[in-house]
Design a protein around this ligand. Structure first.
Ligand SMILES: Nc1ncnc2c1ncn2[C@@H]1O[C@H](COP(=O)(O)OP(=O)(O)O)[C@@H](O)[C@H]1O
Ligand SMILES: Nc1ccn([C@H]2C[C@H](O)[C@@H](COP(=O)(O)OP(=O)(O)O)O2)c(=O)n1
Length: 229
């Protein structure tokens, strides 16, 4: 049975490749915990915006995040995201947070704080699926399985547009431009840039449906059962 998996699945990749939906479903299939590290950077961004701080002012950003309690849940079937005890699960997906999150997540002090928290949450679970940008490269370099999810930029923009209910060509073009801007920002930052770990399995989801990707990652995870690392 799939509940035999123990260890960590690191799932990284750019926006709109299907990380969140795939990671949640894989965690459910494996009976594992689930950690959305992007939700933590988004919650930290809420703290920055609420403190009235410019997201490009690294020092002020670090201070605002240090002063806030960011909390996320690790259950695959519920979403708990709080800042100072307030539920921000809906707000973190809004455009204001999406615009500012790359700048906030580029600040090294913010990353150190959240990475410490991520490692503590992972250590508390026998089996866990963790999704983000630097899980295989920085957060969990010894993860049991590392998967790097990719997809063609057009497919990613279409998926995100459908998810947000955007339909006009202008809206879709704006969204595609935002994805490109965030890819560029996340891949070129000095601290923990987005890139595949050397030992990651690259899965291209352009021509796979969500279930196809989930099947592939579950199969890879189960192939590690009983294999010493
Ligand atoms: N393989 C796939 N094919 C088509 N749509 C997908 C696929 N994987 C995920 N999606 C859909 O694309 C959207 C973005 O997926 P999401 O998991 O939020 O991506 P990410 O976390 O990488 O940004 C969601 O609406 C999701 O249901
Ligand atoms: N481990 C991580 C996870 C996310 N980030 C940053 C980079 C991303 O632009 C933002 C938001 O991540 P999130 O996974 O929520 O973004 P998408 O849902 O893919 O659009 O956070 C990061 O720097 N490191």
């Amino acid at each position: 049975m799939s509940a035999d998996f123990t260890g960590q699945v690191a799932l990284d990749g750019p926006s709109g490749t299907g990380k969140s939906s795939v990671a949640r479903a894989v965690a459910a299939r494996l009976g594992a915990a689930y950690l959305d590290t992007g939700a933590m950077y988004r919650a930290a961004t809420v703290a920055v915006l609420d403190a009235g701080v410019d997201p490009e002012d690294a020092e002020a950003v670090a201070a605002a995040v240090a002063a806030a309690a960011v909390e996320v849940g690790t259950a695959a079937d519920t979403e708990l995201v709080q800042v100072d005890g307030v539920d921000v699960a809906v707000r973190i997906r809004g455009p204001e947070v999406t615009r500012a999150v790359s700048a906030v997540s580029a600040v090294p002090a913010v990353r150190r704080r959240l990475v410490d928290q991520q490692r503590a949450l992972v250590a508390a679970a026998d089996a866990v699926v963790v999704e983000g940008r630097d899980i295989g490269t920085v957060v969990l370099p010894d993860a049991t399985l590392k998967v790097y999810l990719t997809a063609a930029p057009e497919a990613r923009a279409q998926r995100r547009a459908a998810q947000l209910g955007l339909t006009t060509p202008d809206e879709i073009a704006e969204l595609a431009a935002d994805l490109r801007r965030r890819d560029e920002y996340d891949s070129s930052r000095a601290d923990s840039p987005l890139r595949p770990a050397e030992d990651a399995v690259v899965v291209d989801s352009t021509h796979l449906d969500r279930e196809g990707v989930v099947d592939r990652v579950v199969e890879l995870a189960l192939s590690t059962v009983g294999v010493a690392r």
